[in-house]
Design a protein around this ligand. Structure first.
Ligand code: ZN
Ligand code: ZN
Length: 362
């Protein structure tokens, strides 16, 4: 039994509590990991406010990296001291999407979130691991399928970001939208995922990369990540984007906000035949409407994207190559390094649309 500090969401809409939790020794098929760092993702906010539903109370946090402290009795491929990146969406390999190779849609990816993995130290309440991995804690106990080898030559505190923001942004560009060299790209929403998406568009060889955000303060971050142009979101955004792309509109729009108005704006900003990938996670109240004639006339595609349509085991080494070659700058995604008790303020910043990634460093 280990006593560690963690960020717990007690119920939907309740403020996060930083409190002591008791972690059991890892059982069969499990490992105990000491976190080095954990990124604060917009999905953590969505889990705490009920936009996305998981069993509560839960320890949130799903983007992290750390060192294996102990392994369960039958775990032979991992050992104490191994450095790992957490993977919140392990795939079973046997469900229909998995057999088709669409492992990011695994029907069993979140079954682990139904268990309780820890207890509150103060009153013994059982706690769920929000998205399987419960990374907002000094230590966590996860299924061995939820860890991947940390790439050599990448500091663990940077590697933490690979587990959600970077896989998602990279995958949106390379797997979902399949951006080709020379294409034009617009990225809506310059948070952690948006910044990763901009860098991925640059890696893909996009010619014009337009970043769009409501805040003028993110221009410098966006340009450092690869944006060739920066626009403040408004009613005239599609027209401005056509002005930057020979009156055509962009080949690809990536929406990283999850709001109806932004999805609609992204779609309208693409050329005839353009592709829009929606990465942002919106609520059920966000209705996007299209008329039948415009769907025909524009010949555009609108597609969702889960975890960047990535296979983390396959894609993590590819991302690590980009990092080591200097093409992908993980540190540039982080606008704030915080302690566990800084997470509530990081949530406030996300709600206010401020900053890129906040990173909890343990
Ligand atoms: Zn995430
Ligand atoms: Zn599966």
């Amino acid at each position: 039994m280990a006593l560690v500090r963690a960020a717990v969401v007690p119920a939907i809409g309740s403020p996060l509590e930083i409190t002591g939790i008791e972690l059991p020794e890892p059982g069969p098929g499990q490992v105990r990991v000491k976190l080095a760092a954990a990124g604060v993702c917009h999905s953590d906010l969505s889990l705490s406010n009920g936009t996305m539903r998981v069993p509560l109370p839960a320890v949130l946090g799903h983007e992290g990296a750390g060192t294996v402290l102990a392994v369960g009795p039958d775990v032979t491929h991992l050992a104490p001291g191994d450095e790992v990146v957490l993977n919140w969406a392990p795939s079973c390999g046997t469900c229909h999407p998995c057999t088709l190779g669409e492992v990011w849609l695994c029907a069993n990816a979140l079954t682990g979130a139904a268990r309780t993995h820890a207890r509150r130290a103060d009153d013994g309440t059982g706690l769920h691991p929000g998205l399987n991995v419960a990374a907002f804690a000094e230590e966590t106990v996860v299924d061995a399928a939820c860890v991947l080898p940390a790439p050599a030559g990448v500091p663990l505190t940077d590697a933490a970001l690979l587990g959600c923001a970077v896989l998602t942004g990279y995958g949106a560009v390379h797997h979902a939208a399949k951006v080709r060299s020379g294409e034009t790209v617009a990225v809506f929403g310059v948070g952690g995922v948006g910044l990763a998406t901009l860098q991925a568009a640059r890696i893909a060889g996009a010619s014009t990369i337009v970043a769009v955000d409501v805040s003028p303060e993110k221009e410098e971050l966006a340009r450092a990540a690869g944006a060739t142009h920066y626009l403040i979101a408004s009613d005239t955004t599609p027209r401005e984007i056509r002005g930057l792309t020979g009156k055509q509109g962009v080949d690809v729009a990536v929406e990283c906000v999850g709001r109806a108005v932004t999805i609609r704006t992204a779609w309208e900003s693409t050329r005839r035949g353009g592709r829009t990938t929606v990465v942002g996670i919106g609520g059920k109240d966000q209705q996007v409407t299209f008329n039948a004639l415009e769907i025909f006339h524009w010949g555009r595609t609108l597609a969702g994207c889960v975890y960047g349509n990535c296979d983390p085991a396959r894609d993590l080494p590819v991302l690590a190559d980009h990092v080591r070659a200097g093409r992908l700058d993980l540190g540039a995604l982080v606008t704030e390094r915080i302690a566990l008790d800084g997470i509530p303020a990081a949530f406030d910043n996300m709600l206010a649309g401020k900053g890129g990634r906040a990173l909890v460093v343990f």
